[in-house]
Design a protein around this ligand. Structure first.
Ligand SMILES: [Fe+2]
Length: 398
């Protein structure tokens, strides 16, 4: 387990412990993460002994994801976080391949070599390199094909690829950009340029992986909350599927559809802060209990706020209980003051709740559910135009 991972676990524990409904929830900000590493952990004396790829940029407060690479005699950073980055060098010409490999080995990297496109693809699966230095011209499978294949695969798309092209080979560079190359280098290699580009892309890749893992932690919490509430069943999974389909029906952008799907998992993540005695209560809520329940949208927003990738989902989390006439919560927004994706999300959230069986109600048919939603729209709670679009969508699904 890496230091960063254990920080995240501490962060989650702190979050769960800090949720006290009598006090406002104060969560650590993203910029505070780096403070988990003490200056004692950052043994500066040993910095010069580190290989080039691991020479730190000292930063005690602003960028945790770089700080985590710091190491020293007394470091608590687990070695797995400091694994020597693996670079795959792919070139069918032995001399040029060996030159690149030697330069990278001198920089302290672990180097793997492949002499063809096919063996490169095999080695990527087997060795999971941190970066690929890829020659363009190779027999059978050229560099463009290799790059395209790897960038289309969910498992390998985050591995940075540097194309090695001849100087001034403009056509290859344009083709390289089209297939997803991250950077370019010309032969003969300039050692300093090679080292700088490789180091920067490896650091970026590890940062992306950490963000990926942080998102997974949030999705796991959301799943755990859903399983804690026996009333909802697979509500989240169904919302994800409905979100994708309704988003496509509305011609939303790829990013909006992703946010809508993530909203399916994360919209009620703030329920982690609602005590079981309230969340699982079978009778009706007192006004005080309603007030507690309403906090879940604010708690959810605070949980997701530190992650930049969650920016598009946060309006869904905060505003999925607003109403068109301003009678909802937490902000009492009216009409199109309510973020559009939150309005869209409400439609699928309410519809799925209506057609699902709950301990206090039977599952309504789609027609009954739409009727109830139209009644609510007539009462002023929903966007009438969107309600018609949603009805059209449900009818096309049948
Ligand atoms: Fe909710």
């Amino acid at each position: 387990m890496t230091q960063w991972t254990s920080n995240r676990i501490d962060f989650v524990k702190q979050l769960v412990n800090s949720i006290n409904l009598n006090n406002p929830v104060e969560l650590p900000k993203a910029e505070d993460y780096s403070l988990y590493l003490s200056q004692k952990d950052l043994n500066v004396e040993d910095i010069n002994a580190l290989p080039a790829w691991n020479k730190p940029q000292i930063n005690f407060g602003n960028d945790s994801l770089e700080s985590r690479q710091l190491s020293g005699k007394e470091s608590v950073v687990n070695l797995s976080d400091l694994e020597v980055p693996k670079i795959l060098v792919v070139d069918d010409h032995p001399a040029s391949r060996m030159t690149a490999a030697a330069l990278l080995a001198m920089e302290g990297y672990e180097v793997i070599e492949a002499d063809s496109g096919f063996s490169a693809v095999e080695l990527v699966t087997e060795k999971q390199p941190d970066l690929i230095l890829l020659d363009v011209m190779m027999p059978e499978m050229d560099g463009f094909e290799v790059c395209q294949l790897l960038k289309q695969d969910e498992q390998t798309r985050l591995i940075p690829i540097i194309f090695v092209t001849a100087l001034n080979d403009r056509r290859s560079r344009i083709r390289g950009i089209e297939v997803g190359a991250d950077d370019f280098l010309s032969k003969p290699f300039d050692r300093l340029e090679l080292a700088a580009r490789v180091k920067s892309l490896v650091r970026q890749k590890r940062l992306n992986e950490d963000l990926d893992h942080a998102e997974q932690v949030l999705f796991s919490i959301a799943k755990a909350i859903e399983s804690r509430d026996p009333n909802t069943g697979d509500h989240c999974e169904r919302l994800v599927a409905l979100g994708r389909a309704f988003g496509k029906h509305l011609n939303l952008s790829r990013h909006q559809i992703r946010d809508l799907m993530w909203g399916g998992y994360l919209h009620d993540i703030g329920k982690v802060g609602i005590p079981d005695a309230v969340l699982l209560k079978t009778g009706s809520f007192t006004p005080e209990e309603w007030e507690i329940i309403r906090q879940h949208v604010l708690i959810g927003e605070k949980i997701c706020q530190p992650l930049r990738s969650m920016r598009g989902v946060i309006p869904i989390i905060r505003h999925h209980h607003e109403r068109w006439d301003g009678s909802g919560y937490p902000d009492g927004l009216k009409g199109n003051e309510i973020p559009y994706l939150a309005q869209v999300f409400q439609m699928i959230d309410i519809y799925d709740a209506l057609i699902s069986e709950r301990p206090y109600k039977r599952a309504f048919t789609p027609e009954e559910a739409l009727n109830i939603m139209f009644e609510e729209t007539a009462r002023g709670w929903r966007n009438p135009e969107l309600m018609w679009k949603f009805t059209e969508f449900i009818c096309t699904c049948k």
